[in-house]
Design a protein around this ligand. Sequence first.
Ligand code: FPP
Length: 253
Amino acid sequence: MIQPSHVGIIMDGNGRWATARGLPRYEGHREGLKTLKKTVETAINRGLKHLSLFTFSTENFFRPKEEVDFLMFLFRQAFKDYIGEAIEKGIRVKIVGNTKLLPNDIQDLCDEAVQKTKHNSQITVYFAIAYGGRREILDAIEKILQTAKPEAITEEWFKSFLYCPDMPDVDLLIRTGQEFRISNFLLWHLAYSEIYFCDKFWPDFTEVDFTLAMEFFSSRQRRFGRTPEQAGNKFEITKCNNIINSNLQSETA
Ligand code: FPP
């Protein structure tokens, strides 16, 4: 079975999971955190190398204050409670987002988690917090304007200004919660992702659902713009990009 290297997850449906049970929405987030933890364990057991989790978007700041406060409380708890376990399990934590928008103590907890796990290599888990895909691109442009113009404008060069320059493209995106959109998540990295929609609300997402998503990925032929016949031969997107870039350079020479 062909495995993805990088899986991204939009963990949607916490609020509706709670409402359907007559519970306040925050109970859905609390349950969602338990599912998040189990999913990281599943990902490790499957030998996945990169996992990105959409935990809080820039747009989520506009939710009712009590809900935002509860999510911030949950982040604090999670970073404090699970950092030891992350170190033990070889999880390298990375944060993607405009963390300056977060309360100072959470910024510190994020920095601490990144620092304390930076030598781990079992899996890299990217927490998208205060994240917006368009904002990430605009923030990159702002950094670019402060630097010298390069010889060639390439994708690799542009990527080096994103929040996590070494984050690979997402191979498989999973979205739960019966919505069918990408909601401003990792716009740059999702360019060629296979997308799997799971009907369940996030707190109900199980190891079996993860397996189904992986099987879906394995059944896909990834073509990166080529024909089915070409794609039958193993090739990589970076090789395509190198060809495109060298063609562009010879055109402008
Ligand atoms: C989307 O469901 C989920 C979120 C906005 C928050 C996701 C957070 C967690 C899974 C737990 C916290 C994570 C950490 C790292 C501590 P929704 O609220 O949009 O649900 P709805 O669509 O049913 O309203």
